[in-house]
Design a protein around this ligand. Structure first.
Ligand code: PFF
Length: 526
């Protein structure tokens, strides 16, 4: 009787349909990274040639990690664990420390969430300024740039004298995120993704068709045409492949775009049932992301910028950074077209939908951790999460100009992904063991994964990851620790961010300790 009660209490949320979970994982993967980060990286790192390291990283890192996370997540869910500390512990019961490595799987998503939602909120703000016609009145690069800087609160100018507007849109974005997760997996996240994903594809296809049909807008400059725009994006410069940096950039992009190596897919997959397929579903979610990234992401911003700014300026534009591309270059281009307000609205709505389906996935691990390991109800967990992360978002908002977002992005969005991916791969291929792992992936599977992946997951993926980490340690460790590339006025902010991150990690590790002591019926603190 007592057991039945416990079982009933432990009933976890679940997905409503198979399509729903695929949409949700694809929603997490398809984000600002697909439409801004990818085109900027590809164009700056050899165009078509970039696709070689990109595809190698997709096949040897991205797809294996996608399968690993879907499988480990479903496995952990079977034991009532939806986050890495519990999932890792279920796999390696004898190791008392492995759960602390799992802390990264809650820490990383919260860190990304703390700046991602702010950037996402700019897209909501800009959707509003598109429709209101404000963006249409800004006719040159300078005006557009000042508008962005004023909006972000980086400077006070004729457009904005404080950060009020940005803060208001941030608050709305934040509350929408909280409302979605408050309604749970099936009632919140799945519903959102079922609506947002098709709408996102509609916006993406409309914008892509608009760009493809641009032709040669200025007859006096016949070379500034769409064919050359695609040529700039995709013509291969193979000499770039000799640089290790290009390979690292490609691997980093694969991690970021697929949302692997951070813990969110573990959590999403923990809501699957034991017999649900993971092999085909994981591959479908990854393929959907690639379609959105390479076809849509690759056909909008860079070819359009080429047509309007020409071969001489495109290089500078492509290297001007992700935000400049999305919030300055793209609205300037759209301003030159008929129906500018509507196309600009479609562009920022596309980014907003891409952003929100990713940010809710970043929130879910922390919620699952509180629910699963502390038996807190979902609603309470969401309230705690909202209070804590609202506070954690403030540094990104107020100290954007001091390098805080870059610092959070480096640790949360780059370094820890690779480290966590390596830990997961070793747990899967070596601790669980490749034979059991293979059986586990294929449990209920709707496809047979090619046998070669047994070898790839066991040897190639971890070696590749160790190589990336080793290269990073070798080339960048000291400069990063010493903050060599940080301007001296920003150093106190960057240092404070680092100390804050360390402190936050320790608090989460402590919570893991407390959770396990509670489960073992021991005193909490000793
Ligand atoms: N994949 C998202 C993008 O391409 O923008 C970013 C992201 C979301 C990374 C969720 C990691 C994550 F857990």
């Amino acid at each position: 009787m007592y057991n039945v009660f416990i079982m009933a209490q432990k009933q976890r949320d679940s997905w409503g349909s198979r399509l729903g979970v695929i949409m949700a994982v694809a929603g997490s993967a398809i984000g600002l990274g697909n439409f801004l980060r990818f085109p900027a990286k590809a164009a700056a790192n050899g165009g078509g040639a970039f696709m070689i390291p990109y595809l190698v990283a997709l096949i040897l890192l991205g797809i294996p990690l996608m399968w690993i996370e879907w499988t480990l997540g479903r496995f952990g869910g079977g034991f009532g664990h939806g986050t890495a500390p519990g999932i890792f512990h279920s796999i390696w019961k004898k190791n008392r420390f492995i759960r602390y490595f799992g802390v990264i799987g809650i820490f990383g998503p919260i860190v990304i969430f703390s700046y991602y939602t702010f950037i996402e909120s700019w897209t909501l703000g800009y959707s509003f300024f598109s429709i209101s016609g404000k963006l249409h009145t800004l006719s040159d690069q300078n005006a557009m740039q000042n508008f962005l800087r004023g909006y972000q609160g980086v400077e006070h100018n004729i457009f904005f004298n404080d950060i009020k507007w940005a803060y208001a849109f941030f608050t709305v974005t934040f509350l929408v995120n909280i409302a979605v997760i408050y309604h749970g997996i099936k009632g919140g996240i799945e519903k959102l993704c079922n609506i947002a994903m098709p709408l996102l594809f509609v916006c993406g296809v409309i914008l892509m068709l608009r760009v493809i049909t641009l032709g040669t807008p200025d007859p006096s400059k016949p070379d500034w045409n769409i064919a050359n725009g695609f040529g700039y994006m995709w013509n291969a410069d193979f000499s770039k492949l000799l640089s290790a940096k290009v390979w690292l950039e490609a691997a980093g992009q694969i991690f970021f775009t697929l949302s692997v190596g951070i813990g969110v897919i573990l959590t999403y997959a923990s809501y699957l049932k034991k017999g649900d397929d993971v092999a085909l579903s994981g591959l479908t979610a990854a393929s959907t992301n690639e379609l959105a990234e390479v076809i849509l992401g690759g056909s909008i911003i860079i070819p359009a910028a080429f047509i309007f700014f020409g071969p001489a300026q495109i290089e500078t534009i492509a290297k001007s950074g992700t935000f400049n591309l999305g919030f300055i270059t793209m609205p300037l281009i759209l301003n030159k077209l008929p129906w500018a307000e509507l196309f600009a609205f479609a562009w920022f709505l596309l980014l907003f939908l891409a952003g929100i389906t990713s940010s809710v996935s970043l929130a879910q691990p922390a919620i699952a951790f509180l629910e699963d390991e502390f038996d807190i109800s979902r609603r309470r967990a969401v309230v705690i999460f909202a209070i804590v992360t609202f506070i954690l978002c403030q540094p990104a908002i107020f100290f954007l100009k001091n390098g805080v977002v870059d610092e959070l992005d480096f640790w949360g969005g780059t370094f820890f992904l690779v480290l966590f991916g390596l830990i997961e791969t070793i747990l899967f291929g070596w601790v669980l063991g490749m034979n059991s792992a293979w059986e586990e992936i294929h449990h209920g599977a709707d496809m047979n994964i090619p046998k070669i992946y047994k070898f790839i997951i066991k040897y190639v993926t971890p070696t590749f990851l160790i190589f990336i980490l080793g290269m990073w340690l070798f080339q960048e460790w000291l400069p990063v620790i010493l903050m060599s590339s940080v301007p001296s006025s920003d150093k106190p902010y960057v240092l404070a961010t680092r100390l804050g991150l360390i402190g936050f990690f320790i608090i989460l590790a402590f919570l893991v300790k407390v959770a396990w002591r509670r489960k073992e019926g021991k005193n909490w603190f000793l």
